[in-house]
Ligand binder design. Structure first.
Ligand code: MN
Length: 326
């Protein structure tokens, strides 16, 4: 128990300045016009605070520390009101909370208080695509590599927010490149996991309910065999890191194959990826070593055509988003 009495003086500015006035029980002295029972002693910070249960008679209440309203005073074992805790949190904690609130408020103003992107869960377990892709690769690929792109995208958004806040634009080129790299990596992997299934493979057929996709492939590439050969070549011959992608191109309404460098280069603007083959070494090297073409060939056995067809329909329905004439 603190042996001090805090008296609320009639400060001109209405602030709650404590005054040491003796020892013993805690009390507060009310100003004229105020009701004394309204003011309760607090130990930390050392001042009087209004009792929220007691209405004020006067409008002269410096309620500036409204957020510091104390909890009910603790009762000692003897049953007497005590200035000891539980009371308001210690001043350092209050300051810490205040600082935290300020940080969050600033971030909230920037619109980046929370992570924008999150790592999606796999739609199957690590072994679902074996033997085409080993469980070890799936685990590393999803839990480490994909997770890194998610973190990278969020971190870059934070750095861009800081650049705006400080008006420091010296790193803008690098930041924009990083955003494209990590965000595209996140998006492509999010599609990639759903493009595959342990029950997949073959080719899209009308009897399986994916006839429109089959027709679009035939119309755009001449035949499924031609399409498969082109996507296989595009994915297997990526120089360095990249992807082979089947995409819906809204200007023509046709499907095209794109060979994407890293995650973001060589992309036709506005095209929507609907089937993606990850040709980065992390996608296959532990199992296929340097035989990237073998990995891509094997990938066809796990293509989820139902998923590809859903993406095709969704992309086709958003044809007008570019507002361009064909
Ligand atoms: Mn990857």
């Amino acid at each position: 128990m603190r042996g001090v009495v805090w008296i609320r003086p009639a400060a001109a500015d209405g602030a709650l300045w404590p005054t040491r006035a003796g020892s013993g029980a805690c009390s507060c002295k009310a100003e004229e016009g105020d009701n004394a029972e309204r003011w309760q002693p607090t130990t930390t910070p050392q001042m009087c605070a209004p009792d929220p249960a007691t209405p004020a008679r006067s409008k002269r209440h410096p309620l500036r520390p409204a957020a510091r309203l104390p909890r009910a005073p603790a009762r000692s074992r003897a049953g007497a009101l005590s200035c000891a805790r539980p009371g308001p949190p210690p001043l350092p904690i209050l300051l810490l909370l205040a600082c935290s609130c300020k940080i969050f408020a600033i971030r909230g103003r920037r619109g980046s208080a929370m992570s924008v992107y999150t790592l999606p869960e796999l739609p199957y377990d690590y072994s679902a695509l074996a033997p085409v892709i080993s469980p070890e690769i799936i685990e590393l690929h999803h839990d480490k590599h994909h997770a890194a792109y998610v973190k990278g995208a969020n971190d870059t958004l934070e750095q861009l927010a800081e650049a705006r806040d400080k008006e420091t634009w010296g790193s803008i080129n690098g930041l924009e490149k990083n955003l494209a790299f990590h965000l595209s990596g996140h998006i492509l992997h999010s599609i990639y996991w759903h493009n595959m299934t342990g029950d997949g493979g073959g080719e899209p057929l009308d009897k399986d309910g994916v006839g429109e996709l089959a027709d679009a492939i035939a119309e755009s590439f001449g035949s499924f065999a031609g399409f498969r050969a082109q996507l296989t070549k595009a994915a297997a011959t990526t120089q360095g890191s990249g992807w082979g992608v089947l995409a819906y191109e809204p200007l023509s309404g046709r499907l095209i194959v794109e060979q994407i460098y890293d995650h973001q280069g060589n992309v036709g603007q506005g095209s929507t990826p609907i089937l993606v083959f990850d040709a980065w070494e992390h996608a296959f090297y532990l199992q296929y070593k340097n035989q990237k073409v073998d990995f891509i060939d094997a990938m066809w056995a796990v293509v989820n055509w139902q998923d590809v067809a859903r993406r095709y329909e969704a992309a086709k329905s958003r044809t007008n988003t570019l507002l361009l004439a064909p």
